[in-house]
Design a protein. Sequence first.
Length: 631
Amino acid sequence: MNNVSIAPSNVTLDDHVDEELARFLSLEEPISFFLYAGAGSGKTRSLVNALNYLAKTYGDTFRLRARQVAVITYTNAACDEIKRRTEYDPLFVVRTIHSFAWLQIQGFNADIRAWLKDNLQCEIADLQTEEEKGRTGTKASAARQAQIESKQRRLDRLADIKTFTYNPNGDNRERSALNHNEVIKIFSTFLLAKPLMQRMFVEKFPFLLIDESQDTSRALIDALLVVQKAHADRFCLGLIGDTMQRIYPDGKERIESEIPQSWATPEKKLNHRCPRRIVRLINQIRGGADNHKQEPRNDRPEGWARLFVFPVDAPDKPALERRVRDYMAVLTGDQDWSDASKCKILALEHHMAARRMGFLQMFEALASVDDYRTSFLDGSFAPTRFFTHYVLPLVTAQQKGNKFAATKLVRESSPLLSKETLKDNDKPITQLRAAQAAIDSLMALWANSEPTCAAIAANIAETNLFAIPASLKAALAARQTASAEAPDDEAADPISDEIAALVAFLDCAFSEIAPYAAYVAHEAPFDTHQGVKGLEFERVMVLMDDGEARGFLFGYDKLLGAKAPTAADVRNIREGKETSIDRTRRLFYVTCSRARSSLALVAYSPDPTAVRMHVIANEWFTADEVLCELP
């Protein structure tokens, strides 16, 4: 292993940042701030220290006045970690964004009803206008009519709903339930439109700290910036994060440019996680985006980083990757590299993972739509969740002969056996038989071959075995519309990109659902940037393959110099917009910065020599660190 430096310790380099945060967290003179905290910088530690300071300084006062400190973070796991490290002090309200938003609007039933009524009426009016302009009998018309019917039905039921419900971790299919997007929109709108809610919010939470702020909903961030400006003398908004680690498209792009000049902008410079070689690499990676640089702890080893560049058409890539791991085992003297289970293998692009795991058609159908991408890739997208959380478990249980699991799922989730249905039916046995008949009808689809998602959705729509998401119903209506006789009408009135994507998804074989479910649950052999952000691993292998990704959303060959930027990239650069190179650079930074000991980057390129020359010329790697063939 590498020798460890004996230079004086620099572990206290960022201690002043925690002292600065304590000064900003003042009830008398609050100072809002954006804390830059790069990979491995210990931002959770600084957040917890800030919370402990607030508890010590204002705890008794806050408890007497029923005030609290709010913390929004990205995942349930992060919430649990912060709660644990603050010893579950009820002074702190630590929630994910959706859970926190619901906490603020829960109980405002009349206001929620008014918002929903107005929103549904506007959406219906827009669809009716499109229908008037469109052509009857087209797929687009069928989809619009299904959407209008669904929204009108919901509108008609609003008056009967006394109390609205929401589950941040569920599907929210009940009549009284709000969906995930609505909760954020309603809270953001209420904050902006209701001065009384603003005052109540600020009085309840004089301090609000947001972790991973670069990936927090832009609508909510915009609303909170307005609130902070209006109440700057008694409300401290603390944003914590790193713009280089923004990986979700619904986060606020270039959030740093929105920070008011009156805010403080402290920065953590020390990287506690990575060895020195990898810190130098990630500094070079982000150098093309901003001027933030990290320093490694000088008690960390030198570490290893190697780039392997192979032809994009290399045969038997898994075998080649095994040889890379064997090479790393010899290079580092760490034999665990030879054991795939002890390495974290990351695919920089979901497209490549989808191809290797067997859900490529499904990925290509849905991930290209901006409004779908985030929820599709984190597993919360309603149309895919319908298959992963209802259809797949039922089919699996039936095929394994597990009647208990199948019965439990149907009893808990099927409209046929809901409390309302059974209450209105004086013969429950009739409903039980209807449910069993629906199950039998569904399973009959597997009699001869693997059915498509469309066949399954159509079957369930007919039997009412499960409630089908409204958007999927609209796509099903479009798909079932026979319009071959009116190609001119179809051309003049095409379906929207969103419905087209869902129609393409319905054409997928059901066999793609299981590998997709495993992937979003992080049960796959390898993970991606979303799945590992905030985590760290001793050995990291990153796979880059534009041949498999086909330049879908990202472009590693462009980042690594094998291809020139496209005309669209040049135009976006000129207009100050994000490019595929920007997205790729951020994901590359996130994945490389997970490594605690050693890092192997494997790139498949149409021009390995160009990649090698580019990364050496840009001082990302030295000549001996780039291998185009294995010994």
